[in-house]
Design a binder for this molecule. Structure first.
Ligand SMILES: NC(=O)c1ccc[n+]([C@@H]2O[C@H](COP(=O)([O-])OP(=O)(O)OC[C@H]3O[C@@H](n4cnc5c(N)ncnc54)[C@H](O)[C@@H]3O)[C@@H](O)[C@H]2O)c1
Length: 327
């Protein structure tokens, strides 16, 4: 089976390599022509996945229609903010039997929709699956053991996608809670920024981290359940598992953002330095708005927002956090 991937960045490239090494031909759409040319000609992707050999069964194109022509399963690995504008032009060309798998973890700041909501809104006649869990692309690309959750309503579709992905070092688990699986992946980015803020101030006490992550999990669960997720989803891989992986990873864009902010860089300086705005920033902004509408308190997220905008120092935030938040 030929499999499509939209976006051959860090995650899309790692998943393309995984599926190809499982014996399937993969065609990936890439925004950046130089990246696509390098994949086709040299079987490397130095911009997004350096030091990894790209499998010969992976080809890249800048022509979106070519990916949607004959792939029954298409994985989407774009930052959320690019999904609508990239895929809207091919909306009418996508056959209804194509299964879409969303791997993006974020909120489109312009629309306030999650990546999965954006995708299912663009393609209401297609079945869609949400893939999330502790899956740092740089580790996956190095064949380190990884287990993720795929969520959808059709067992047949989940099995189809599992067969493309599963092997000795990569496994999937099934769920029927798409929103819960997605929200775990989205919300943890907020709290990874927070952990980076504290790391950047050399506040690296394990005691503090344990408290912080526990309270973060409580807040994620409260807002997630208010948005329609099942509580138990947050206790598994796409909830607590992903929160731990992202918060503790040296590769996390979101944690890095927090570190740079703590070193005194302004938001525009952070964006310039990183070349991207990590997903957690828009998520934080959108979630505070949603929490207000749903009457859910998110004091930790609100405190992080105040630290980002300089209204609170990281040190002051921590002292009030351990005094007031932990009951
Ligand atoms: N990297 C990870 O470990 C990881 C793990 C799980 C989920 N995710 C999620 O996957 C998504 C992609 O993350 P990533 O780390 O692979 O990102 P990345 O920055 O490595 O890749 C970004 C992709 O977007 C493309 N792009 C850049 N500008 C664009 C534009 N204007 N229009 C369309 N496409 C454009 C790039 O060419 C590239 O293909 C995010 O939602 C992220 O939260 C990432």
């Amino acid at each position: 089976m030929r499999v499509g991937i939209i976006g051959l960045g860090n995650l899309g490239m790692a998943v393309a390599n995984l599926i190809a090494s499982n014996g399937h031909a993969v065609i990936g759409w890439e925004y950046n022509r130089a990246v696509a040319d390098e994949i086709n000609q040299q079987h490397t992707n130095t911009k997004f996945l350096p030091d990894i050999q790209i499998h010969s069964k992976v080809s890249a194109t800048t022509d979106l229609a070519a990916v949607f022509q004959d792939c029954p399963v298409i994985f989407v690995a774009l930052p959320s903010v690019f999904i609508k504008r990239t895929l809207q032009p091919v909306q009418a060309q996508v056959k209804p039997e194509v299964v879409l798998v969303n791997m993006a973890k974020g909120i489109d700041g312009e629309t306030g929709l999650t990546a999965f909501q954006t995708l299912t809104g663009l393609f209401p006649h297609n079945r869609a699956i949400m893939l999330s869990g502790p899956s740092i692309a740089n580790e996956l690309a190095r064949q380190m053991p990884t287990v993720v959750v795929i969520a959808g309503q059709s067992k047949t579709d989940l099995l189809l996608v599992a067969r493309l992905l599963d092997n000795d070092y990569f496994r999937t688990r099934f769920s029927d809670d798409e929103i819960g699986v997605e929200l775990g992946g989205i919300l943890k980015n907020i709290y990874a920024i927070g952990l980076g803020l504290f790391d950047g101030k050399q506040i690296t006490s394990i005691n503090f981290r344990a408290v912080y992550l526990t309270i973060a999990m409580e807040e994620i669960t409260n807002i997630g359940v208010a948005m329609g997720a099942k509580i138990e989803t947050f206790l598994y891989l796409s909830g607590i598992g992903d929160l731990l992986a992202t918060s503790l990873s040296a590769h996390s864009h979101n944690r890095r953002m927090g570190e740079l902010l703590a070193q005194g860089l302004s938001l525009p300086q952070v964006e310039k330095e990183m070349g991207v705005t990590p997903e957690g920033y828009n998520t934080l902004k959108s979630m505070l708005y949603i929490a207000e509408k749903l009457h859910v308190a998110m004091p930790l997220a609100k405190g992080l927002w105040d630290v980002i905008y300089g209204r609170y120092s990281a040190e002051k935030f921590i002292s009030s956090f351990i005094r007031d938040f932990v009951e």
